[in-house]
Write a protein that binds this ligand. Sequence first.
Ligand code: FES
Ligand SMILES: [Fe+2]
Length: 346
Amino acid sequence: MSVIEELAHAVTLPASWYGADPGIWEHERRTIFGREWLLIGREAELPEPGSYLTETIAGSPIFVIRDREGELRAFHNVCRHRAGPILWDGRGKCDILRCRYHGWVYDTKGALRRTPEFGEAAEFDKQDFGLFPLQVGIWRGLIFVNLSADAEPLDQAMLALTEETAAFPIESYHFHSRAEHEIACNWKTYVDNYAEGYHVQAMHPGLDREIDPKQYQVVLKDRHTVHQAPQRDGANYSGLWLWRFPNLAINIYPTGMNIERMMPMGPNRTKLVYSFFFQDVSPAAETKIAAAIGASLEVTKEDVQICEAVQRNLDTGLYETGRLSPRHENGVWYFQKLVREALAAA
Ligand code: FES
Ligand SMILES: [Fe+2]
């Protein structure tokens, strides 16, 4: 079937996949979030040896640290003794990694160095109890991790996006601020919503004054999509809105960029993390920056409101599946197709 034919027949994912069926959540943790390269921060956040940051990826606590030689390393935040946390959540700097529970000490390469007061355990070799490593890489100043040991290299995974963003000097943008929103919905409820401009007219009156939702287009690419929305005033818009499977959006504007991550925290909880960057972050630019962030926040509030309401309705058990708009919901169809494929490949 061609894409047009498939779209004409497109049916949404079952409502039970949005949290009610706990098996789907476990399945997604392994087959999607356990296999994809996922953005977790900026390289500049780890400026020197010992700098670290923690994150939770679909229920798996992890951390990234810069080792003594300056290399980035990533590990599960799980001690090999009795699964205590190596680092409390957050960012910081440390010389050695000392488990918070009973004080086992690891070096920044993950090797177990000391087990204070442990006693003489039989057939116990420290070498067998290093931290569980994961893959880490840098793409355009951004840190990505992959929980899978046999994932394709990051450069290869990001090839399509490297080409897509080649014209934009995003490394030169200055980080301005970060904003987080906890949302009571499944991560797919939010991504579905991000994937279409069909709801702009009804849900985003402010945005609707600026762009023409009838002409909102989502172009399907290689595991990512490009969103295009002509401005009502006919201004020549030179930005780029990108979404990449599973949970990353990069919105590049003529004056900066907003990176958005939809982090699944549980079957019914999602943390939306925004990082705002601008070309000019001088005090003189602050009024414009505040206006840009304010406009983004307004749209986000509207999206959160609708996604939480949709989630409550999906949870009732009344609605099972719906049909997708062939004109406006090709992005939703494509995202859901990638989810279906990932789960089927397991
Ligand atoms: S759990 Fe880490 S030292 Fe015991
Ligand atoms: Fe929206």
